[in-house]
Design a protein around this ligand. Structure first.
Ligand SMILES: NS(=O)(=O)c1c(F)c(F)c(S(=O)(=O)CCO)c(N[C@H]2CCc3ccccc32)c1F
Ligand SMILES: [Zn+2]
Length: 263
């Protein structure tokens, strides 16, 4: 499809020219206003199956020009939703060295340093993520807010390989690890709403789950994300640093954000 970016003439205010859904409804991310949340007692703790991967298995870590993404094995899935959602990939959104705020979802207007997204597709109904991507019940994304603080040994498991994916379309194989360790401790405290992909083609096909509790990474780990990655190919003369790869909050309109917790 047509190229898009986070700034300049192909930036987010121009996405809808080539990707009409980006100018539509049910868009993500949004600002989560905690005073307007509705507690829903039917929201069960998130349950991931087969996330404890063994080190003799390998995952593909890649730079797709918009983010860094880690492939996930198809045997990993979410079992706590009405349909089985099978894992596809996880990727990140972050700020820049000089502006360490880069999450997509905000909470009461507060933007966090970064955000991790685990993308899953409805494998009860669709054969793969590409077919599921534009179906209203096609995708589920788990969002994890990231703050700068304590060193995160789980993130280190793949961050130590990012010098191999500095440029667009580079990929490396990394030893698999326990993907659960990337998620917050409490999987029963989250926000839930209907939204979209936050990148073109912005399909309104995502059941969003954003965990209430952030995880932390160290400043050094944040800077690795914000300074070591380029959205340009290696052979290009002018390297373009990949940072601030986040879409701004969209209109909530009359969507109600549910929450799985009280108080
Ligand atoms: N923030 S987000 O969760 O909405 C989101 C992204 F931010 C993002 F960058 C990607 S991508 O594939 O890495 C690049 C552009 O699609 C995807 N990729 C998904 C979307 C559709 C699709 C189809 C095949 C493989 C991956 C994806 C995504 F779901
Ligand atoms: Zn994302």
């Amino acid at each position: 499809g047509a190229k898009w970016a986070y700034t300049g003439p192909d930036g987010e205010h121009h996405w809808s020219k080539h990707y009409p859904f980006c100018g539509g409804t049910f868009q993500s991310p949004i600002d989560i206003q905690t005073q307007l949340l509705r507690f829903d007692p039917t929201l069960r703790p998130i349950e991931l199956q087969n996330y404890n991967l063994s080190a003799n298995e390998q995952l593909t870590l890649g730079n797709n020009g918009h983010s860094i993404q880690l492939s996930l094995p198809r045997r990993m899935y979410l079992s706590s939703l009405p349909h089985r959602y099978t894992a596809a990939q996880l990727h990140f959104h972050w700020g820049s060295e000089h502006l360490p705020v880069g999450s997509e979802h905000t909470v009461n207007g507060r933007q966090f340093a970064a955000e991790m997204h685990m993308v899953l597709f409805n494998s009860d109904k669709y054969p793969n993520i590409s077919v599921a991507a534009d179906k209203s019940d096609g995708l589920a994304v788990l969002g994890v807010l990231i703050e700068v603080g304590e060193f995160n040994p789980a993130f280190a498991q793949f961050l130590k390989y990012i010098d191999g994916i500095k440029y667009k379309d580079q990929r490396v194989q990394v030893p698999a690890f326990n993907i659960r360790s990337l998620l917050p401790v409490l999987l029963d405290e989250y926000y839930r709403y209907d939204g979209s992909l936050t990148t073109p083609p912005c399909y309104p096909s995502v059941l969003w789950t954003v965990f209430k509790n952030p995880v932390t990474i160290s400043l050094k780990q944040f800077l690795a994300l914000a300074t070591a990655i380029y959205s340009s190919h290696q052979q290009e003369s002018a390297p373009v640093a990949m940072n601030s790869n986040y879409r701004k909050p969209q209109y909530t309109d009359n969507r109600v954000v549910l929450c799985s917790f009280q108080g």
